[in-house]
Design a protein around this ligand. Structure first.
Ligand code: ADP
Ligand code: TZD
Length: 596
């Protein structure tokens, strides 16, 4: 193996004898194999990038995919390749492909598969596996594992292909499962023997499927649209919440038109920031804790009422206890009918794809929509103005050592000056402060920890963001968060990607101030090596390292990184006493809640 050329079956180019008679000279039969069919099937469907890590049995697949003109990005750990594939799916609406070896490689990728499913990102985890006969009898094959069974609980769908002539169907099914309806992670199991199977090239070619309309539009029912519009019209204090489903749908112009035509204040969830510029006058982010309990009708567009929205009830929503509703009425626009009533009653479900739903809502709204009352808008503006002024005061301070706020004042300016840059963000305080301080100006620029609040997406997301968008990437990383994917700075340098990763280094998880209560020599579990120089790490691979102890040094480092487009890692030294345990989700931390 190792060549993309079709194979000629041995013995086929000799004279064929039938009943002892020589009847004809057989034409050489063109053959193809499993490796080639996988590559051809992906390419046929416009999937031209693989995020993966080679090894038995897929090394030749990576080589031959590259030889066939695919982009094959090789990572240092499958989890990071998987996160890259998942976010590529979010950004492109095509399934991101992650390729791994069997058992341990597969398991490393599995985290990302689950992440894709939970976040509704289309992704296909393709893993080589060992021989079924041995796996099923548990006879101890090399890297033996029943991967299909392990993948099923965390995947939207899982398939295995045993015969080369079924590769086309297997990949078509994986694509459809990943992108249709609510997108998610799909597992595709390809046993080693499949790759070497030889079949007639013409038969192989005709077995491939170019998927027609992989994510069909799902049009909402007219009565559902009418119910929603009637409810919205009855509202005295309406609110729109935009989630990452809205960002994914790429219905940017219609979403903006819906918000602006109705004049309703809106809140963007983290990855919906920038769908309309965060500086938009209807953006209510700076008055979030006021609008959530106060609103009477809330329209959710591609956002779930999960923990990130306090399940739609309790104090955040004006209820007294955690099970109390705040008396809100909800409209929910979502592709998944099962999402409705998951936490509280949904009074007006609008089920369909967001593009079709928003367009239908716009038509139903027509012209002359009554704008929300001046009282409601005025009360929000008052809160916003007060909070923005308070924040401006905090950001203007220049404490020594630098803290989250003085560092983020710099990042905020840099993002404003570079609105097309992709923005990756993870950490606890480094996440929460950044999300509220750094404005986004364009759709799908901000990509972050997502639904699970997962640490480790950082460098994988940076690679995919740079590869998919070809734009500058800026990452703001807690020092703990960065550690989960730090080795991928080699990958970033190897592919010479325009990534500027800024590590907010406060010497530990959340903070660097905990002490070991026994007085023993082990540091406290949340504390790292003090004064670590993360900038040195990237220098090992030829990237640019910057050590920044002041906002001015941070600004200079970021500006230079963006100007040069060189892989850059900035070690931004942050006051180790700054921040809180668990950032903004302290209430979910049983120990911190007890301490209060
Ligand atoms: P956030 O975390 O930003 O609040 P969620 O991930 O909770 O967002 O919610 C995203 C929602 O968007 C999911 O319920 C998903 O079913 C929905 N969704 C994703 N893509 C589409 C689409 N194209 N059309 C309609 N709904 C979608
Ligand atoms: N492991 C994984 C995969 N995800 C997680 N969310 C955690 C562990 C727990 N965790 C958080 O929720 S935030 C965080 C961890 C380990 C790191 C916080 O420290 P940081 O950020 O240095 O990244 P700050 O700015 O210092 O808070």
């Amino acid at each position: 193996m190792g060549t993309a050329e079709p194979q000629v079956a041995s013995g086929q180019d000799v004279k064929v004898v039938s009943g002892g008679q020589i009847v004809a000279n057989a034409q050489p039969q063109e053959m193809t194999d499993g490796f080639q069919l996988v590559i051809d099937a992906l390419k046929l469907n416009g999937l031209d990038t693989i995020y993966g890590l080679p090894g038995i049995p897929i090394t030749d697949l990576t080589r031959r995919a590259q030889a066939a003109g695919m982009r094959v990005l090789s990572f240092r750990h499958e989890q990071n390749a998987g996160y890259a594939a998942s976010i590529a799916g979010f950004l492109t609406q095509k399934p991101g492909i992650c390729l791994t070896v069997s058992a341990p490689g597969f398991l490393n990728g599995l985290n990302a598969l689950a992440h894709a499913t939970v976040n509704c990102f289309p992704m296909i985890l393709v893993s080589g596996s060992s021989e079924r006969e041995i796996v099923d009898l548990q006879q101890g094959d090399y890297e033996e594992m029943d991967q299909l069974a392990v993948a099923k609980p965390v995947a939207k769908a899982a398939f295995r292909v045993l015969h080369a002539e079924d590769i086309g169907v297997g990949i078509a099914r994986a694509i459809r499962a990943a992108v249709s309806g609510r997108p998610g992670g799909v597992y595709l199991d390809l046993p080693a023997k499949l790759f070497a199977q030889s079949i007639d090239a013409a038969a192989g070619k005709s077995s491939l499927i170019k998927v027609v309309d992989p994510a069909p539009r799902q049009i909402p029912a007219p009565q559902a649209v009418k119910r929603a519009v009637d409810l919205l019209k009855s509202a005295k204090k309406p609110l729109i919440i935009l989630g990452k489903g809205a960002a994914y749908s790429q219905a940017d112009a219609d979403i903006r038109a819906l918000v602006e035509k109705t004049g309703i204040p809106y809140l963007p969830m983290s990855m919906a920031k920038g769908l309309l510029p965060d500086t938009h006058e209807q953006c209510a982010s700076a008055a979030r804790s006021f609008v959530l309990p106060e609103a009477d009708v809330v329209m959710l567009v591609g956002a779930r009422l999960n923990w990130l929205l306090s399940h739609g009830k309790g104090k955040t929503w004006g209820g007294k206890g955690h099970k109390d509703w705040g008396g809100h009425k909800f409209i929910q626009v979502d592709i998944s009918p099962q999402e409705m009533d998951s936490n509280v009653r949904i009074d007006a479900p609008v089920v369909g794809d967001i593009g079709s739903c928003v367009s239908a809502l716009l038509t139903a709204i027509g012209s002359g929509w009554p704008k929300p009352s001046a009282d409601w808008i005025g009360a929000i503006t008052e809160r916003k103005t007060k909070n923005v002024a308070k924040m401006a005061e905090t950001l203007a301070k220049n404490p020594s050592p630098m803290n989250f706020h003085s560092a983020l004042a710099v990042v905020r300016d840099i993002v404003k000056a570079n609105p097309d840059a992709m923005f990756v963000n993870e950490g606890a305080n480094a996440l929460d402060f950044t999300r509220s301080i750094v404005d986004m100006y364009k759709p799908r620029k901000r990509i972050d920890v997502g639904t699970w609040g997962i640490m480790g997406i950082g460098m994988g997301y940076c690679v995919a963001a740079a590869v998919v968008t070809k734009q500058q990437v800026i990452a703001i990383e807690g020092d703990s968060a960065f550690g989960f994917s730090g080795m991928e700075v080699e990958t970033i340098c190897r592919y010479n990607l325009p990534v500027c990763a800024v590590i907010f280094n406060n010497n530990g998880v959340y903070r660097g101030t905990d002490v070991n209560p026994t007085g023993g020599s082990d540091l406290a579990p949340t504390v790292f090596v003090k004064g670590a120089r993360y900038d040195k790490l990237i220098e090992a691979f030829g990237g640019v390292g910057v050590h920044a102890t002041t906002p001015a040094e941070l600004r200079k480092g970021m500006e230079e990184a963006i100007r040069s487009k060189k892989p850059t890692l900035i070690n931004a030294v942050i006051d180790e006493t700054a921040g809180t345990e668990s950032g903004r989700i302290t209430s979910l931390n049983p120990s911190a809640a007890k301490k209060k």
